[in-house]
Design a protein around this ligand. Structure first.
Ligand code: JHZ
Length: 409
């Protein structure tokens, strides 16, 4: 695969701003037998001042990342379960959904964490989930799910067979899609004239402010801001009518898009766009500066880990997140530094972390073998995890975090 030199939306020449070197698949947890076949690509990040889109220059093929053994199940966090319940309820109660026979479509519905709140109310729905194993979980709980990639062609056939939708929604999905213009054309065809698209993704403003560079990995081909989402949808005759910040994934943004002129724009949009200009999210220089902050974060983390290791402390990780793949590979942290990473997801357990080959172990292993220091790779779930692991801290266990700065708690 070659580096993409042009912005996938504006076609403008990209300026390379950050380069993480060779990286494996973020969710490419491997079994020992597969060691030799491991896949790597160059993870360079480019910026287009025209579209304001920060994007990966090279991204692995979609079927390498999303397949029958996809390792991320949404329903692994209680906080996320309640977040998606509230998200669903806010849509059901909104002015955007028809009172009679509404139809909602969710892209990347994963194990049905959000759609189940529509299906249990008898609302006509459709989940589109290319990763078959997680789609099967959604099917099992009675959600209408098809396991394909969403395209403009698929939108046309959904309209033919099931009619136009009131709502198109997606959470942590749109930023994964390289052929985003095809998807936006599909959204426009799928929706009723007064239908809306509502989606949320990790927010670029948070990534820049917190130096949470681990949000950059193969699956996240785009790191969106209000500026870039506005540009993308404006190209297709749609307006950004609302933005609602979210606490999830260390800072996300929910975007609401509608056909031009159908709904008034909420004041939140211009306020956020002004804030983005203040943060410099529209400037290449901001990302060049981010690259040096990322380098510093790496140095700080390695300094702490190597010092503790030298003092003979035991070190492990908590949460074999997709994000951790970037940190581990970029910083060169392997099993000589961290003896294991615990994770509650059965499909990850007994495997090795992509590229760095640290054993992923069941949660119970952490309880039975508490390390002196634990790097919290699932830092976005810190409230939930600190609450659950009070005894670890009370017993003298120490947490290491790298966001918003590297520190020991
Ligand atoms: P978490 C995923 O990223 C993948 P990840 C995806 N590409 C995406 O876009 C983002 O989500 C948004 C475990 N865990 O949510 C479960 C525990 O072990 O940070 C998960 O493996 N114990 C779709 O992978 C991981 O941590 C716990 O108590 O970076 C969390 O992954 C909790 C709460 C979680 O997303």
């Amino acid at each position: 695969m070659n580096k993409n030199k042009k912005c996938r939306v504006s076609g403008q020449e990209l300026t390379e701003v950050i380069n993480f070197g060779k990286q494996p698949l973020g969710n490419g947890f491997i079994q020992e037998a597969n060691l030799v076949e491991e896949y790597f690509y160059e993870m360079a990040v480019g910026f287009s001042e025209q579209s304001k889109l920060l994007q990966l220059m090279e991204q692995p093929e979609a079927d390498k990342m999303f397949h029958d053994n996809y390792a991320f199940y949404s329903s692994t966090s209680n906080y996320m379960a309640s977040h998606f319940k509230k998200f669903a309820e806010s849509i059901i109660d909104s002015e955007y959904i028809s009172k009679e026979n509404p139809f909602v479509v969710e892209l990347g519905c994963n194990d049905g964490i959000m759609l189940k709140h529509f299906s249990t109310k008898g609302i006509k729905h459709l989940g589109i989930e290319p990763s078959k194993n997680v789609a099967l979980e959604a099917n099992k709980i009675g959600i209408n799910t098809i396991s394909v990639f969403f395209t403009e062609n698929l939108a046309e056939s959904i309209v033919r067979e099931q009619g136009h939708a009131d709502i198109f929604m997606a959470a942590n999905v749109m930023c994964h899609i390289p052929n985003i213009c095809d998807v936006v054309r599909g959204i426009k065809k799928l929706l009723k004239n007064n239908g809306v698209a509502i989606f949320e993704d990790p927010y670029l403003g948070d990534i820049v402010q917190k130096v949470s560079y681990d949000q950059i990995y193969d699956e996240h081909v785009f790191l969106f801001s209000a500026l870039s989402v506005k540009y993308l949808f404006n190209m297709h005759g749609m307006d950004l009518i609302d933005v609602i910040p979210q606490k999830t994934h260390g800072g996300s943004m929910r975007y609401v898009l509608a056909n031009r002129g159908v709904y008034p724009k909420k004041p939140s949009v211009d306020l956020l766009i002004q804030e983005e200009a203040r943060l410099g999210l529209d400037k290449t220089a901001t990302y060049i500066e981010l690259a040096s902050k990322i380098k510093k974060s790496k140095e700080d983390l390695l300094k702490i880990l190597l010092r503790l290791k030298g003092e003979g402390k035991s070190l492990a990780g908590y949460g074999a997140t997709s994000k951790s793949t970037t940190i581990l590979n970029y910083c060169g942290i392997n099993s000589s530094i961290l003896s294991f990473i615990c994770d509650t997801t059965p499909i990850k357990q007994g495997r090795l972390t992509p590229g760095t080959h640290i054993p992923v172990v069941p949660y119970q292993h952490f309880i039975n073998n508490p390390p002196d220091y634990t790097v919290l790779f699932a830092w976005n779930h810190s409230e939930e995890i600190f609450e659950k692991e009070r005894l670890y801290a009370e017993g003298g266990g120490r947490w290491i975090l790298h966001v918003p700065e590297v520190r020991i708690l």
